[in-house]
Ligand binder design. Structure first.
Ligand code: GLO
Ligand code: MG
Length: 344
């Protein structure tokens, strides 16, 4: 039955529409108001950057940070919401200009370590055991600027530090091949999982697969999901869509390539994604043209499209699929899928 999935998104997915070439076009919605929208839109989980939960955290003491995070926890309780994960925002501070864990400057790497400890304190206060690491600036604009072998060693060191700081924490690495960097060190799910194997407790390192990031790496997101599922490493997903190789668009799930989205919904449903408490997470942006009053449709639409595609995956004539696979008649299988998606 479609509907057994739990959905999440991050407060940054309700946004003002600024892009690198133009300012905000919508008023900001205050955090408390955003939280009130979750249930109305059909969502139960909140994804957090550390400073979404505790704004201005670099100016606060460790104790103050924990106190503020606990207040957020009680607001979540009041709204009937839970925190899905916390992600350290390691790409805005001046000390992360040249990367965080892979910075060439030891004092900047130490900043990243300390900041991550505070993130873990926030995770604890918000009662989530999952940390997402989008390694935004762990890469280069210029290949000769860093040593790629040393960079991987340093990321492993940072992961081991996280594992040691809180033995209950699991880390979902959100691989992305580019943007803001030219090249990153952990561009795909395969890299993320292999990285985990170098760590002190590989069982606690997995992946958060974002559809658009896989597409930007020239890969099919559902195959990336299959790879992670085979390794029991699919800790979270960031569903969205992407129109070819350009900037990271974070479009509504299924809005570009319905069949590609169908295959993601299908594999997640087929292998009981969510049974272990995983959320169907979205990472989608409203178009800049959208007016404030209707600037959350990308969220409810993505959710509705996902559920509709799950229904389609379930109603697909599986015997016929098997038969056509047996006959190796993939042209007919192609038509079967297309007809099914077209409601025939
Ligand atoms: C950017 C990423 C970003 C992360 C978020 C959580 O490309 O998708 O939005 O998902 O910061 O770490
Ligand atoms: Mg993402």
């Amino acid at each position: 039955m479609a509907g057994e999935f739990r959905f999440s998104f991050g407060p940054w997915n309700i946004h003002e529409g600024a892009d690198p070439f133009g300012p905000a076009v919508r008023d900001s919605i205050e955090f408390g108001k955003k939280l009130k929208m979750y249930k109305q839109l059909g969502f139960d989980g909140v994804q957090f950057h550390d400073d979404d939960a505790v704004p201005g955290m670099n100016e606060l003491s460790g104790e103050q940070i924990i106190k503020k995070a606990k207040q957020v926890h009680s607001i979540l309780d009041d709204e009937g919401l839970v925190a899905e994960f916390i992600a350290p925002r390691l790409w805005e501070d001046a000390r992360t200009i040249d990367g965080a864990y892979t910075s060439n400057d030891p004092s900047c790497r130490e900043y990243a370590r300390q900041r991550t400890h505070r993130t873990l304190d926030i995770a604890n206060a918000l009662d989530t055991k999952l940390v997402v690491l989008w390694l935004a600036r762990e890469g280069t604009y210029l290949r000769e600027a860093k040593d790629s072998k040393v960079a991987v060693d340093r990321i492993v060191e940072a992961l081991n530090d996280i594992l040691a700081y809180n033995p209950e924490i699991k880390v979902a690495i959100e691989a992305k091949p580019n943007e803001p960097m030219d090249h990153t060190y952990i561009p795909t799910t395969g890299h993320a999982i292999a990285l985990g194997l170098l760590c002190d407790d590989p069982s606690r390192i997995g992946a958060n697969i974002e559809s658009a990031h896989a597409i930007l790496a020239g890969l099919d997101p559902s195959d990336e999901m299959g790879f992670a599922l085979a390794h029991k490493k699919l800790f979270s997903v960031h569903l969205n869509d992407q129109n070819g190789l350009k900037f990271d668009e974070d479009k509504t799930f299924g809005a570009v390539d319905l069949r590609r989205a169908f295959n993601q919904a299908r594999i997640l449903d087929q292998y009981d994604y969510g049974r272990g408490g995983e959320f169907v997470g979205l990472d989608v942006k409203a178009m800049r043209t959208q007016k404030l009053e209707v600037s959350t449709k990308h969220l409810s639409n993505s959710r509705a499209i996902f559920l509709r595609l799950v229904e389609l995956a379930r109603s697909l004539d599986k015997n016929r699929v098997e038969e056509l696979i047996g006959q190796r008649d993939y042209e007919e299988l192609d038509m079967l899928i297309i007809n099914h998606l077209m409601g025939k």
